[in-house]
Design a protein around this ligand. Structure first.
Ligand code: AMP
Length: 212
């Protein structure tokens, strides 16, 4: 099973990726999460990507493609994977196809989660996450104890790049300008699957599971 999932910020990609990974036993690989960890750890990669993330711009393609290429070579990806947040533009999409072709495989499906613009904004501005394990929450669906992760007891905080309105706006603009055109790219390949992202995580996952 080799899947990608994309959609506007706040569409629920992270939540659905975790559910897909759990049910089908494939690793969910989020480039955003890889970059956020790198920034937290203060690694070389973290230093390179920090300013792009703070401003809501895309990290340069060559660097992103290298990170994904290395990650897909890991043993746990041999039986499949789900990429969340990659590819984000046409250059990354063709690079992914080439990477997979070199391994004699191809994507099975490109899932797109769609929600109306206002919903996407509302979801992003209320979004919370655990600083230790990355579990996602929302002001409307917080952890049981305020500020404490249900999974690991870590601190539940707002994501750095969700805090500034300007950054949120830039990320949505980048999505519409660069990522949304990928729908046509995957439609032409016959593997595009559009999924309505409205409803509870379980309701959306029922739709996702039907497609997968
Ligand atoms: P995300 O968690 O997917 O919303 O990603 C957070 C941030 O990480 C983005 O706003 C970009 O700065 C960076 N990022 C994540 N994935 C990519 C990608 N495929 N290409 C370039 N930048 C990315």
């Amino acid at each position: 099973m080799r899947l990608i999932i994309f959609g506007p910020q706040g569409a629920g990609k992270g939540t659905q990726s975790a559910l897909i990974s759990q049910k089908y036993g494939v690793p969910a690989i989020s480039t955003g999460e890889i970059f956020r960890w790198a920034v937290t750890e203060g690694s070389d990669l973290g230093h390179e990507v920090a300013s792009y993330m703070t401003e809501g711009r895309l990290v340069p393609d060559d660097l992103t493609i290298k990170v994904v290429s290395e990650r897909l070579s890991a043993e746990d990806c041999a039986a499949g994977f789900l990429l969340d947040g990659f590819p984000r533009n046409l250059k990354q999409a063709t690079a992914l196809d080439e990477l997979l072709a070199a391994k004699d495989v191809a994507l099975n499906a490109a899932l797109v989660l769609e929600v109306p613009h206002e919903v996407s904004l509302r979801r992003i501005t209320g979004r919370l996450m655990c600083a230790s394990c990355g579990a996602g929450y929302h002001l409307d669906a917080p952890p049981e104890t305020d500020g404490v992760c249900d999974n690991c007891g870590g601190d539940v905080v707002r994501r750095g790049d969700d805090v500034s309105d300007a950054t949120v706006r830039t990320r949505l603009e980048v999505y519409h300008a660069q990522t949304e055109p990928l729908k046509k790219y995957y439609e032409d390949k016959g593997i595009l699957r559009i999924i309505d992202g409205m409803g509870t995580p379980d309701e959306v996952f029922a739709r996702v599971a039907t497609v997968v």
